[in-house]
Structure formats: C-alpha cells, structure tokens
Design a binder for this molecule. Sequence first.
Ligand SMILES: [Zn+2]
Length: 267
Amino acid sequence: MRHLARIPFPEVERFAGSDKALVILPVGVVEEHGAHLPLGLDAFAAEAYAEAAVPELEVQGYEVIIAPTICYGVARAAIDFPGTLSLEPNTLKALVIDIGRSLARHGLKRLVVLNAHRDQSHMKALDEARAQLATENTSQVLCVGFTLDPALTAACYREGVRELSRSARPDREGHGGEWETSLALHAFPQWVRTEIIKDLDPNFDYDVDAFRNESKDYGTLSNGRGYFGSPQSGDAETGRKIVARRGCNIARVILQAWGAPGSAEIK
Ligand SMILES: [Zn+2]
C-alpha cells in the first residue's frame, strides 16, 4: 500500500498503464457528529476503511495507491451546526472529475471512490463524476461505501456489522450514534470527547423517515443534539471489528466488479 502524496514520481511512473494499479480516493465531509465526535469523522472513516480494504486487494494481485482524501463534501442537513462546511454538488463533482482525469493521464486507470458520508446530493455528485469519467473511456471508476445504490451501500457497510450492535435500539442507530462513536474510539480516540459521552442520553425518539430521506435538518430532528442513536453503546473493540468488516466488504465489492488483475480487459 502506498499513499500518493508520500511517494516520489518515479514510483508512480512504474504503475503507468498497469492493470494491477488501483487508486482509492477516500471522500468525507466536514460535518457535526454530536458534541463528542470530531467534525472530520467521515473523512477519517473513509481512510480507515480504505486501509482495511488494501490487504484483501493486494492478496488478489492489486497494487493499491491511496490518494489524498477529499475532506470536503456536500453537507446540507447539518449546515446550521458550527463548523459544518458544504460544497455545492457541482464543485464536488468537478473536483472528482479533475482528479480522475489527472490519474488517467498518468496511466492510473482504476479509480475507486470510497465515500463515507451519507447525503443524497453528495452521493449523486460523486456518481455523476463517475459517469462523466466513464464516458471519457480513459479509466474505470467505481463508487463504493455510501452510494446511490442502496444494495451496494448495504454490501459495503451493513453486512456482518448489524450483529455487532450493543444498542438497545439497533434500528435507531445513525449519525453520531453507536457505530460512529465505536469507530472513532478505535481509529482516532485522541479526537473523541470521551468525558462527555456519559451525559449523552440515547436519542431514539426521532423521525426516522425524515432522517433517512433528508426532509428535515439534523438540528430539528435531533433537538440540537446532532446525534442519532446511543453514543454510550459505542466501544473501541466494536469499532475495530467494524473497520475490519467494512474493509473486507469493500474489497469484496471491488473484486466482484472488476475481478483480480488480468481477469478482464481494461480500457
Ligand atoms: Zn458520519
């Protein structure tokens, strides 16, 4: 595994045109996640899942390069919380297209956009970027993680994860709740305000439909709390299992789409 920003150009040149080279572009957002979690959580999550997916891909023969994370995205539901930043969807779309074109120019022809932020406009912008790059016939692009396709999102995020829940209401866990608290306690505990978690009572009583279809903002939906579910149910060991499982899931989705290197003709 290599990080594009940490290696010199000759090491990239060696992958030009290689069927084995696969770039993962993690995508997050700057958005509130409750008073206990950092605003950059989704970007850190995307990086953790990318790194967890790499061994599964390398075993199949891929040479994986992780591109610098896109830390900004479309974040309209939480925009009234201090610190939440939002791009226009077209800005995000243009950014991903520019990155994809640059990679293709250097012969890096497989791009996986690994998105950890659930927002319809955000996911749509990423998918439109994917579609545009596909029409240019210079690379193969796949969106994984949170995507417009609910079945694909479930295959990446939910398989083998639901049963890890310790929450009294797993069906009510969401943004800033058990899952994201567990992930943070495992992957970046130094940025969690652990001392206040005991004061964060479960938020199970919210309009789930409005949360899922994004018809109300997070402030209104959560009564200003910014989290959905039970932060107190989160723990680091569960977070470790979530990262490992989602990494495997994401690798499997990529392998299902593209197979191992050499198993299909790449444009
Ligand atoms: Zn999140």
